[in-house]
Design a protein around this ligand. Structure first.
Ligand code: 3PG
Length: 306
């Protein structure tokens, strides 16, 4: 059995070494395609694979169609908007993710971005502190919950909105429950986004929510680029000269935003929320273990395309 790691953004070496050990101990072989730049490279490599480990790499219908032996795809990470689940199902390929394994890295980055924006991107001048400010956690999943816990340590007052999580879970963490998104956005000095990109959320963060935010507020996006309405974001930042936006996924209009709004806008050069050795090891090794458990024992825990 051939397990392929295909990562446009490579794992840390320690993670690749750990994955290799798990795969080889199971009597399988490991192939590695890192830093690839063309779809042809991915198509060529996957054509011989029985199992595939990816990060945000796009597993399209074309990818699964050129892989006659492919039985399982594991997205080493949480968000699986990069997997064509229907295409996988049509070829009886099991698709999985590794929820929670890289959450701490993303949560720490969200806090780092809050501090960076509060201190005006470390430019000369007077910034502000997080203590005493309100934080709105938009979606209280693995990352949102960790962000809330870290922010509490900074003395922030935390609100959260998540229609899929019982209020009692948030309350038990000492988090105030916002009844509506409007309530969350209008209360909070910082909003940290942790929603997935899907049909319901794409383009959903725009003028109607952003314009509710209090004076001097900042939106932190370590979730997905696609959830933003980028045109409306630009318009609101122009109208509300007090608002700020920091993101781990540069919007399509980042050059225009930077030119107009200077230190009120920040985007990392390449998505780096989960780019720590710890997160790579946690998610990468989990992916390898899930593949071995499936190929050896038919274990389908974490299957997404049921
Ligand atoms: C995730 O959904 O797990 C994160 O966005 C991490 O994505 P990455 O593996 O591409 O860094």
């Amino acid at each position: 059995m051939n397990v392929l790691i295909a990562t446009d953004k490579p794992f840390a070496k320690k993670a690749v070494d750990g994955i290799r050990t798990i795969v080889e101990q199971a009597g399988m072989t490991l192939s590695l395609l890192e830093n690839y730049t063309t779809q042809e490279q991915l198509l060529g490599a996957v054509s011989k694979a029985d199992a595939l480990i990816v990060r945000s790499d796009k597993v399209t219908r074309e990818v699964v169609q050129v892989a006659p032996n492919l039985k399982i795809v594991v997205r080493a990470g949480a968000g699986y908007d990069n997997l064509d689940l229907e295409a996988c199902s049509s070829r009886n390929i099991v698709a999985m993710n590794t929820p929670g394994q890289n959450s701490n890295a993303v949560a720490e980055l969200a806090l780092g971005m809050m501090i960076y924006m509060a201190r005006k991107q470390f430019q000369p001048g007077t910034g502000s502190e997080l203590r005493g400010k309100t934080l709105g956690v938009h979606a209280y999943g693995n990352v949102g919950r960790l962000v809330a816990g870290l922010a509490k340590g900074f003395g922030m007052e935390i609100y959260a909105y998540d229609p899929f999580i019982p209020a009692s879970v948030m309350q038990a963490d000492g988090v105030h429950v916002a009844n509506t998104l409007e309530d969350l956005y209008s209360r909070c000095d910082y909003i940290s986004l942790h929603i997935p990109a899907n049909d319901a959320t794409k383009g959903s963060i725009g003028k109607s929510l952003l314009s509710l935010m209090p004076q001097g507020a900042c939106l932190i996006n370590t979730a997905r680029k696609e959830v933003m309405n980028e045109e409306e974001l630009e318009a609101v930042l122009a109208e509300r000269t007090d608002l700020k936006y920091a993101t781990d996924i540069a919007p399509g209009n980042i050059d225009a935003l930077r030119a107009q709004f200077d230190t009120r806008v920040f985007a990392t050069p390449k998505k780096m929320g989960a780019q720590t050795q710890e997160a790579n090891v946690n998610a990468g090794l989990a992916a390898a273990r899930q593949i071995v458990a499936f190929l050896k024992n038919g274990d389908k825990t974490f299957q997404l395309n049921k």
